[in-house]
Design a protein around this ligand. Structure first.
Ligand code: PGA
Length: 241
């Protein structure tokens, strides 16, 4: 596990964007695993600027997002479909047919989960997976629990996650209580993983992630078993290291 500590969020975002850009430059038809939340926003902004300067081309890239809320329409501004469109896809030349996000609106969710796994497999697998981390140590929506999902599944969100995400909604009651999330094995199958964490509220989760033990109570700690994982954290998130 490689840990890169950057001064602040801006430097963290630039470093993350450089690593994504180098992946796409070296392999133009890369399969990227993408994340939502506040943390990757700076990285997406940097990548958009690189694209506008002609430094990076996404025309052969495919992308798979980690998760989506259950039963939140795609045009809802808090849905991850909307987030990805607004914050990244509409600004770059990634082709719509190569964009994949779990469909929380699917009539048959179990089938959607199975199909999502199959589509990832048929793409050749994820070359580079970007992850954020919850203050409770979740990755994707794999929440701390006695047992973790292996593959993509419909999951319940913890009270802590609902509270954390209520900042985007009018109230905690409006936050969907369930989501479709790729599973831990889906994440761990990626060839390379970059986990981003910014801010003091992530410091405890980061400490538990690299503690030397794996625990389903900190899902991110399982990443220690991956041979090509890089954490990029700012000083505040590295507070307890
Ligand atoms: P955040 O969310 O980037 O908005 O802090 C990360 C996560 O919950 O995985």
């Amino acid at each position: 596990m490689r840990v890169i500590i950057e001064k602040d969020y801006r430097d963290l975002s630039k470093k993350a964007a450089l690593l994504v850009a180098s992946q796409v430059i070296l392999k133009p038809n890369s399969v990227l695993g993408l994340a939502t939340g506040s943390t990757p926003l700076g990285m997406y902004r940097e990548l958009i600027q690189m694209y506008q300067r002609g430094e990076i081309n996404f025309s052969e890239v495919s992308s798979f997002n980690l998760d989506e809320y259950y039963r939140l329409p795609h045009d809802n501004p808090e849905s991850y479909h909307y987030y990805m469109q607004e914050n990244f896809f509409k600004h770059i030349n990634l082709k719509a047919k190569n964009i994949f996000i779990p469909d929380g609106m699917a009539d048959d969710i179990e089938r959607e989960c199975r199909d999502y796994e199959e589509t990832i497999k048929h793409s050749g697998g994820i070359d580079l997976q970007i992850l954020g981390i919850g203050s409770n140590g979740h990755v994707g929506f794999n929440e701390p629990a006695e047992q973790l999902n292996v593959t993509t599944k419909l999951v319940n969100l913890t009270a802590e996650t609902i509270e954390a995400n209520s900042r985007f909604f009018d109230s905690a009651e409006d936050v969907p209580k369930m989501a479709v999330s790729v599973g831990m094995a889906t994440i761990l199958k990626a060839r390379r993983i970059i986990l981003l964490a910014s801010g003091e509220n992530k410091a405890e989760a980061i400490k538990n992630t690299i503690s030397g033990y794996v625990s389903t109570k900190t899902p991110a700690s399982l990443l220690q078993t991956h041979p090509e994982i890089t954490l990029i954290v700012d000083r505040a998130a590295a507070n307890f290291l």
